[in-house]
Design a protein around this ligand. Sequence first.
Ligand code: FE2
Length: 314
Amino acid sequence: MKSLERKRVLAHPRFLSPTLARQLRSEFDSAFRDARDSKSRRLVWEPWHIEDQYSLLRTPAARFFEPKHYQALEQTLLDFGKNQLGCHGLSPPWMSLYTDGAYQNLHTDAPHGPWAYVLSLGPDRPIYQGGETVLATERLLSHWQRFTMDRGQELGDFFEKIPTRFNQLLLFDPRIPHGVSRVVGTREPRHGRLVLHGWFVAPRPFIEGGLSRSHSGIEWSGELIEWCLRIVDETLGDYQGICNLKFSIMPSGVVKKADLIFHSLLDPSGAPETATQGPRAFYTRLRKQLAQAPRAPSHRTASTLTLPIELRRE
Ligand SMILES: [Fe+2]
């Protein structure tokens, strides 16, 4: 059985094709090459400053890059969101630049989407200090439940710091208090921390293979979702978050396998001992009852159904 631990953060190195990553980077570098050029695309940057909360330069990525390169970037993100997260949409990506003194203080982004991302565009070898993505640790978020007198705790116990690496996509649960540590050491834009960021949105079922082309396949997926939601009701109670399932369907229509790819389900009591209890009960029952899952119409080829289930308190 796969780990039933809740995923807080996932890193995907070499996310874009090397050619596209280099192309986007060189468009940025060329815009800043001649500081006396007053017609360049670099004039689209907004100095976004909210005292003690955010201070950085930002621009909608779509306004900055050549349309064909921007479209390739957007398509790569959309394909990843659909295949890996069951999310069919993307908030308009921001591009942010952090030079000396820029930061984001701790905040949460819960209303925006179930997963946030940060995609680094470099530089390759930063000369600045800071600029890490900072996330509150589980130890901090359940401080009193875990507190013992046997040892003191320090910064590293309370915050996880993740360095930005060129062309790495960092995916994280935006309900976790997070920010960006203050950048120091350069005021030159081409040496600053450059990232694209936003949210994957619109989680929806997604069928691939034979069933995707038939109306009866779509109807069957509705029945399977209902069947699945009954098990969710019985096992997950007040849990909040998103759970990403993948079902394998044989040409005969039998649902052969159900995988829990990963989840961000959180018990609102925050008690460490119940962290995996609900997801374990859910997944165990799902597998045990799989033989009773609604049978799909038969088809010439096998199919898969990606099913994100979002549980949220409005
Ligand atoms: Fe954020």
